[in-house]
Structure formats: structure tokens, C-alpha cells
Design a protein around this ligand. Structure first.
Ligand code: XMP
Length: 519
């Protein structure tokens, strides 16, 4: 196993069966906010071995894009409904249970967005709900006839469609709406009712108490040998390195590579932070190699490939010259693990490919102490480990660094512009008290020019684009409505402090259709 003993061995666990729903991670996070551990598993992977391995205290079936009548519609084995394990179906899950247990699902009027539901019967699930409540829906199929032995708990006020049911004899519940989204104001209460009142889960999952366990696990797995950890200064790799350093001390080789594409002052800050936390760091300044390999390269994908290849080579060389290293410690977090198709207990059966990190060709055994944690949980763990708030709440910064914020070739002048302008954007965003509210705030430069007048002289200068976005997870994003005064200060400072720039623009396109980074 890559991450030591999985938490489901020690904590009451809610298993979330994923049918490809948009909000599956949100369900999982809502459960964890209640201090109850949750695991996500794709519906195709639900087996008796898995249930025996995880021993879930409750199961939630997610939503999904399919129709229960579609050919090869996603489904689960019938025995799963007959275990007496408390089970909650959401949207597609709600329809699937109905169909499997003798109800009828039909194509109806779509209900999208805000819908008012009327509560028609008291139940543990809707404990604390008023007789009418607002919920958030997104469906076109609906349960036209409830499953056998079901009692209807709530209906949509307008359409009369079944919004919630329960089958007391089987401990099964279904809701057509999405309790996991914030647009269902009493949704958290519903999940709380399910997890505590119905399933009786004990709230023992607290990341703050996890540090000692993770440190002990790293210590026992690495034993007397050495481990390598690539650190970037980001919260995930910093937390992983601090845990490892506390576990194995100087047998941890934390390696920080400067590819010459870091932000202003970043190498010094990263080294100071890690060393301040007691981590022994090897600093490799490979700026020259990276920048000369990037000379003349314009294509964004090519730039990424070059950077990725050089990184891998540096680590391969490092590992080759330190034969005592047997382990690679990575800060991979739960969403990446799920995306890679991992399932609970599967590590014992097969090793799946390494996610989002260094190539397996390093030939090292991989340990991912954060593989069960969401980002907000990593942050809380970081605070518990004594990481400074600047590190814990640092904005994400892409591995290829400023190269993805320079459109076209990475030239010394463009690098200098983007570095200085990014610093200004960040400083002003902090000064306005917006840093923690936004996902990322940075500057971008390309090759286009804008004619300017500076001191009565005509000059041609670069265009800097400022990008400030709000996002939950980087998958979608909205541009931040920052006050004009803040934009004004940013624009003035950039043109004043960077003589090569004559124009500052603000990027006002969401993701999608644009991505967050320009390349
Ligand atoms: P995009 O630009 O795809 O970015 O909308 C989504 C999020 O991912 C970050 N990003 C990267 N992070 N290596 C990384 O470690 C990369 O190559 C990379 N590209 C984008 C980006 O900063 C944003 O938070």
C-alpha cells in the first residue's frame, strides 16, 4: 500500500458509489466535514470483497448523467441493497433504487435549479426541515412510481414529482435533489441526519489528529532506508516533506529544483520555510539548463514536455547518485488518486500507475501519505504541523512555473516582466485583503505590443494581462470581480515599475471556455 493503513480500517466510513456525477467529490467532502471518513468508488468496482474490505457504515449512491433505461445503464449489484447498510440514493441513485425495487422511472419535465419541495411525512432523513424547503435539482427522468414498501417523504410543489422517499424495512432513502450543493440550504442538515441519526456514524475523523499516525506509518514503512521527496514550496509537497522529515529525519532527501521559472524571491522563501520546519533540503539550481533548453521554443505543449523531461532527468541523476534511496514520497491528494482509478484495497491486488508525479522509472517504491486527504484537509494538517499560514494558504502554482504564463518563447525580458508584474499583482491582491478569497492572481505576457507615450516620447511596449480567478478546485473558474481601484493600482504600478510595459488588460473570461493559465 502506498499510504499505510487506510483510514477506513479505523474510522466509521461512508462509501460513496460514483455514477459519474458532477458532485461526487462534494458529497464526500460534506461527509468529511461531519468528521466522518468517506471513500469514493466507481460503480463498476463494487464487489463483495470491496464491501468486506471497507465495511462501510453507510452507502451513498451519487448522481450521474445516464438514464436508468439507457442500454448499459450504470447499476450496482442487487445484493448491495439487501445488506441492511443504511443507503441514500441521490438523483440518479434515487432513480436507480426505485427501478431496482419495483418502482417506475419516466422521462418528465426537467427540473433544473431552484425547486420548492413540500414535506409530506416526518422522517429521520428530513429531521429539522420546515414544511416547505428550497432544494436544487438537475434531472429530466423522475420516479413516477415509488419502489415497493416505500413511503413518500417530500414532493416537488410544482410538478408533484417524488422528491424524497424512504423504505424503512431496508434502511434505504432516496432524494431527487442534490443535498450536497450549497444551493440546497438544508442539504448539510440532511446529510448530517443520514450520517449521524440514521447510520449512527461516530465523528472520529479529524485530520488534526492524523499527524502522529502518518509519521509513524512513514517511519515503519521506510524503516532504516532513505527516501526522496521533490518539494516545490506548495502546501502538498511541504506537508509531505515535513511529515517525512519528522518520521525519518536526515534520511529524507527533500530536493528543491529551481528551474529558473519561479516567482520573485521564491527560491529563498521556500528554502527558508522548509529549513525553518526542520527539513533538510538539497537545493539544485538548474535555471541555466532549463532556460537554454527552452530557447526558441514557442509551442506550449513542447515547453511543458521539455520542462517535464529535464525534471525527470534531474531526479533520475539524483537517485542514481544516492543508491541508499529506496522510497519516493509524494504529496498526491485524494482527488488525483480517484482520478487515476484507484479503489480501496486494490493496492494489494495490483499496483496502478503513479499519479501526477515523477516517473516510475526512478525505480523507487512510492509512498503517498496524503492520498486520503482533500486539499482543505491537507491545509488543516499543515496548520497542525506548524506550517506558516503563508504556506498553508498559498495559491496553487503550476509545476512548469512562469513558462505557462509567458505566451510564445520564454525570453529573458518576458521572464523579467512576468516575474515583476506577478509580484505586483500578488502584493496588491494581498493589500486589498483578497488573497484568501481568490484561487489565483497572476500576470501573463505575450509578444503583442501596444504603442505608448511615455514622457512625450512614443514607445512600443509589451501588453501584460492580469488574471485573477475564483474557483473551488481549478476545474471551473470565474474571473474575480475585484474593485476597480485595485485594478487601477495594479495597472499603474505595472506600467510605472516595468518600463517595457505600455498596456495592462484584465482577463474576464471564465473557465470554460478559457483555461486558467494561458498556455
Ligand atoms: P488550467 O490552466 O488548466 O489550470 O485551467 C487549472 C489549474 O491547474 C494549474 N496548472 C498546473 N499545475 N502543472 C501543475 O502543477 C501544470 O502543468 C499545470 N497547468 C495548469 C493551474 O495553475 C490551475 O490552478
Amino acid at each position: 500500500m502506498r499510504g499505510g493503513e487506510p483510514p477506513y480500517k479505523r474510522h466509521d466510513t461512508v462509501l460513496i458509489v460514483d455514477f459519474g456525477g458532477q458532485y461526487t467529490h462534494l458529497i464526500s467532502r460534506r461527509v468529511r466535514e461531519l468528521n466522518v471518513y468517506s471513500e469514493i468508488v466507481p460503480y463498476t468496482m463494487v464487489t463483495e470483497e470491496l464491501i468486506a474490505e471497507v465495511k462501510p457504515r453507510a452507502i451513498i449512491l451519487s448522481g450521474g448523467p445516464s438514464s436508468v433505461y439507457a442500454p448499459n445503464a450504470p447499476t450496482i449489484p442487487r445484493w448491495l441493497l439487501e445488506q441492511g447498510i443504511p443507503l441514500l440514493g441521490i438523483c440518479y441513485g434515487h432513480q436507480l433504487i426505485a427501478r431496482m425495487l419495483g418502482g417506475r422511472v419516466e422521462r418528465g419535465y426537467g427540473e433544473y435549479g431552484r425547486v420548492v419541495v413540500r414535506i409530506v411525512r416526518h422522517s429521520k432523513l428530513l429531521h429539522g426541515w420546515a414544511s416547505r424547503e428550497v432544494v436544487w435539482m438537475s434531472h429530466s427522468d423522475y420516479v413516477a412510481e415509488p419502489p415497493r414498501d416505500a413511503r413518500i417523504l417530500a414532493v416537488s410543489e410544482e410538478t408533484g414529482y417524488i422528491a424524497a422517499y424512504e423504505i424503512p424495512s431496508m434502511n434505504i432513502y432516496g432524494v431527487q435533489f442534490h443535498p450536497e450543493v450549497s444551493h440546497t440550504p438544508k442539504g448539510k442538515m440532511l446529510i448530517r441526519n443520514f450520517v449521524y441519526r440514521i447510520a449512527g456514524c461516530r465523528p472520529t475523523w479529524r485530520v488534526e489528529n492524523l499527524a502522529e499516525t502518518l509519521i509513524e506509518e512513514i517511519r515503519s514503512r521506510v524503516g532504516g532506508s532513505h527516501a526522496l521527496c521533490a518539494v516545490s514550496g506548495g502546501v502538498d509537497s511541504t506537508v509531505a516533506a515535513v511529515l517525512a522529515s519528522r518520521a525519518i529525519g536526515d534520511r529524507l532527501h527533500a530536493v528543491f529544483v529551481n528551474h529558473g521559472l519561479l516567482r520573485e524571491g521564491e527560491p529563498e522563501e521556500v528554502l527558508k520555510t522548509l529549513r525553518g520546519l526542520g527539513v533538510r533540503v538539497d537545493y539544485i539550481d538548474a535555471s541555466e539548463d532549463f532556460l537554454s533548453a527552452l530557447r526558441g521554443v514557442v509551442d506550449p505543449e513542447e515547453k511543458r514536455r521539455i520542462i517535464g523531461r529535464l525534471f525527470a532527468e534531474i531526479f533520475e541523476d539524483y537517485a542514481a547518485s544516492h543508491p541508499e534511496i529506496e522510497w519516493l514520497i509524494q504529496g498526491t491528494t485524494y482527488p488525483d488518486v480517484i482520478e487515476s482509478g484507484a479503489v480501496p484495497g486494490a493496492d494489494r491486488i495490483k499496483t496502478h500507475h503513479n499519479v501526477g508525479g515523477l516517473p516510475e522509472k526512478l525505480g523507487l517504491k512510492v509512498l503517498e501519505p496524503l492520498r486520503y486527504l482533500y486539499k482543505d484537509e491537507v491545509r488543516r494538517l499543515g496548520l497542525a504541523l506548524g506550517l506558516p499560514e503563508e504556506v498553508v494558504y498559498r495559491h496553487p502554482f503550476p509545476g512548469p512555473g512562469l513558462a505557462v504564463r509567458i505566451i510564445g518563447e520564454v525570453t529573458p525580458v518576458k521572464l523579467r516582466i512576468v516575474r515583476r508584474a506577478s509580484r505586483i499583482v500578488e502584493e496588491e491582491v494581498r493589500r486589498a485583503g483578497l488573497y484568501r478569497r481568490v484561487w489565483q492572481a497572476f500576470a501573463v505576457v505575450g509578444d503583442d505590443r501596444w504603442v505608448g507615450v511615455k514622457g512625450d516620447r512614443r514607445s512600443e511596449g509589451y501588453i501584460v494581462t492580469v488574471r485573477i480567478v475564483e474557483s473551488e478546485d481549478g476545474m471551473t473558474a470565474d474571473w474575480a470581480r475585484v474593485p476597480y481601484e485595485v485594478l487601477d493600482r495594479i495597472a499603474r504600478r505595472i506600467t510605472m515599475e516595468i518600463p517595457e510595459v505600455t498596456m495592462v488588460t484584465y482577463a474576464v473570461t471564465t473557465k470554460p471556455p478559457a483555461t486558467i493559465e494561458p498556455c
